[in-house]
Write a protein that binds this ligand. Sequence first.
Ligand SMILES: [Zn+2]
Length: 222
Amino acid sequence: MKLISNLFTKHCSCCLNCGSLWSGEGLLCHPCLQTLHRLRVTDPMTVSALPVQALYRWHPGQSDMLSRLVLALKGGNQRDAWRFYARELSPRLALTLSPKQRLCIVPAPSSRPQAKDHAFLWGEALADSLGAHFEPILKKTQSHHQRGADRGERALLEMETVENYTGSVDFSTKTRWILADDIVTTGATARAAFQALGSPPHFEVWALAQRSLSCGASRDLL
Ligand SMILES: [Zn+2]
């Protein structure tokens, strides 16, 4: 399924959902984007006691379109599409910015060290869109891949900051830390990132979608 989806999006510019040749920037045609619009979130939410801003609310099994989109955006090949969705979310985020705070966006780390995957592209696109600092300073400390891990194992997922990172990271309390990730489900990844950054006073998650745990969707999509 994932392989077919990847091949499709790599070699065809058709709408991911309906096959229309009039696909737009977000891998979907205009009518499909309008349908997707109904799944938009308008307010911030809280997951695992951490603030979350998401563009969509995702109930796997209820929206095949959003499920296809999430799959198609995985990996590191969809920079333009991620920029499109970052621009969609940015106006809402811009209203929350304060000139007194230094906005610092950190991508959720890939299982493969140094890999520029979907979270990297999402964080980079958000940072560009909002004029924020982009600091890919987290790495996973465990070698197991998150996919296939059950919820208990996920809770143990640990991260740390990259030791030899040479960027200008400001760990002062005035920094507003943002974890950029494609999907927020249990919040385990967010909590691991929060701890790795030293539990800063200003921390939140910006995601493409907040995923419901109900509906019995495949773990493969997590
Ligand atoms: Zn379409």
